[in-house]
Design a protein around this ligand. Sequence first.
Ligand code: 8YV
Length: 331
Amino acid sequence: MGRKKPLVIVTRKLPDVVETRMRELFDARLNHDDAPMDHAALAAAMREADVLVPTVTDRIDAGLIAQAGDNMKLIANFGNGVDNIDVTSALRRGITVTNTPGVLTEDTADMTMGLILSVARRIAEGAKAIPEGHWKGWSPTWMLGRRITGKRLGIVGMGRIGQALARRAKAFGLSIHYHNRRRLSLAVEEQLEATYWESLDQMLARMDIVSVNCPHTPATYHLLSARRLTYLRPHAIVVNTARGEIIDESAMTRMLEANEIAGAGLDVFEHEPAVSERLVMLAKKGVVTLLPHMGSATHEGRIDMGEKVIINVKTFMDGHRPPDRVLPSML
Ligand code: 8YV
């Protein structure tokens, strides 16, 4: 007699191969039409399920965790960032939290590099010229952007994604600078030819391009505050593929409108999925490139994320410590 399969409620539609495997292993309740679950539906899932598999679009706050049923033992996030989950409340309630680190590093770093190129070389703006009928032919002075080779890139958050970005940026001829909670080992610094800045303020004042690659935690909320943003030079470009909340978006928008910084490439927004009209206006003028949170959006990445979720659930249900357990000390 096999044990009863755990009820695993998945809040969004996942790749077919992932869902097929989940159906084989678990009593999986899937979301075929991919409509985000509202608060009431999430609360019902928390009461009923053994395992919840949420995504960045589900806010699993203390209120929802308080409603968890006795069976609820694991929140296996489909995603790396866990700022959508109140991890401390979950652990207090005896609920383990896992995430999917490592498998979206390269894809997110690629997209960050793409945004740097897009803003500096006006790729998104240029890509509209032909379909919108604005191209009258080549001109020596039209559509000029900024060279990136030889410029300084300041990476805020030098974890897996920050380092993957540094490797790419080095190949593009950028000099690598970084600020991080902890300094990297000398060996890694040498390999990346990266310069450490203990003071974020001082680093910001000297960079041509700044990329945000740290997680969103209470400590990094508005890390790029209105005050800090004023250290940026007028030709600086800001890129964010991490979380919108790390930058004071309204202060940055005001600076972009006033030409106090030159441009921004944003894949994430402070009030996602809402994007301010002012940012949209700046995108229409070619000052910013706005992407709809697609940093990790590859077929391969999403399948790898799903496999990580499955391994975490299976390991946990077999009575072992899941490989990607999230602890408050990591936040
Ligand atoms: C994911 C992300 O697509 O994993 C993350 O932290 O930001 C995204 O790239 C999303 O979180 C899925 O839940």
